[in-house]
Design a binder for this molecule. Structure first.
Ligand code: ZN
Length: 302
């Protein structure tokens, strides 16, 4: 009995902390400063390119949209940076505040891991969504952040994705989702898997209402997320060289007992096979999204 009370008190404390952070963050979004300035540059002054091994000053590389100036490799982005690059300054209003993950299966260390991730990223969960404008065109934007527990989908991420769809339905706005995820959240077991059906069902409602849904697959898009709402976009874009797939190569090889082609889970390979509509460089992403949204809103070419 005492253990239960302790757990309850701990969760209430977490919820209180989360709400306090939400309020602080929400104020920044509404103010004249961009969220990036508030959160600041992540720890460490330098960023090393994983491919060409060159080192860059973090501010410079952020200025270059986290794309390596030497080899054009796209680095992983935090949700807040992605939003800054995509929406018009000062237009983003975060929605769906106040959700925090619980520990439904009483997994060891899960609560601690969540707390660490919240602390490190300054976000409360792996998914952020809200209202924003892209070159003046209003839309609902959502971003999965792979820095928060690999962007894995637990009950809260699933619920927030559904909320973003419902918000788009109510406001009759197009939905734009940036995906980066390791898949289902292991610690939530079946609750996590249930989110696949739930999010796919929600996207179906968008279809029925003839609303546009653009999904952008970034590195990495794998597991349960790639097998549900990520692949259901009316238009599916991807970033260059993004890893996109359901299971890892070794698992597939063991299951189908066949040799796998080179680079079969890259965005380029999937484009060739017709699974994607276009690969878009990060520098051209905002313009491409604007063109697509404009085309669907006004029904005319630019
Ligand atoms: Zn490089």
């Amino acid at each position: 009995m005492r253990a239960e009370e302790g757990q309850k008190r701990r969760l209430m404390k977490q919820a209180f902390e989360a709400r306090r952070r939400f309020r602080a963050r929400h104020r920044t979004y509404r103010g004249e400063t961009s969220p990036l300035k508030h959160v600041g540059v992540p720890e460490g002054l330098y960023e090393k390119c994983k491919r060409c091994r060159e080192r860059f000053v973090k501010d410079d590389i952020l200025e270059n949209k986290m794309v390596c100036p030497s080899c054009d490799s796209h680095f992983r982005l935090r949700a807040i940076d992605r939003l800054n690059m995509t929406v018009d300054e000062g237009t983003f209003i975060e929605k769906g505040l106040g959700y925090i993950s619980l520990n439904p299966l009483f997994q060891e260390d899960y609560e601690q891991k969540l707390a660490e991730n919240r602390e490190r990223t300054g976000a409360d969960e792996a998914f952020i969504y809200g209202y924003g404008e892209i070159k003046g065109i209003p839309c609902v934007l959502g971003v999965l952040d792979s820095h928060f527990m690999m962007g894995s989908m637990g009950s809260v991420v699933g619920e927030k994705v559904v909320k973003s769809v419902e918000y788009a339905l109510v406001r009759r706005l197009p939905l734009v989702l940036f995906i980066a995820s390791g898949g289902a959240r292991m610690q939530e077991g079946i609750y996590s898997l249930m989110q696949m059906a739930k999010t796919a069902g929600a996207i179906q409602k968008l279809n029925q209402q003839d609303l546009l849904y653009i999904s952008i697959l970034t590195h990495p898009t794998t597991g349960g997320v790639s097998a549900s709402f990520a692949s259901l976009g009316d238009i599916i874009l991807a970033e260059p060289e993004a890893l996109i797939g359901f299971a890892g190569p070794r698992v597939i090889k063991q299951t189908i007992k066949q040799e796998l082609p080179e680079g079969f889970q890259s965005a380029e390979f999937l484009l060739e096979k017709g699974m994607l509509d276009k690969i878009v460089h990060r520098h051209a992403m905002k313009d491409t999204l604007y063109r697509l949204l404009y085309l669907h809103e006004k029904g005319a070419r630019l």
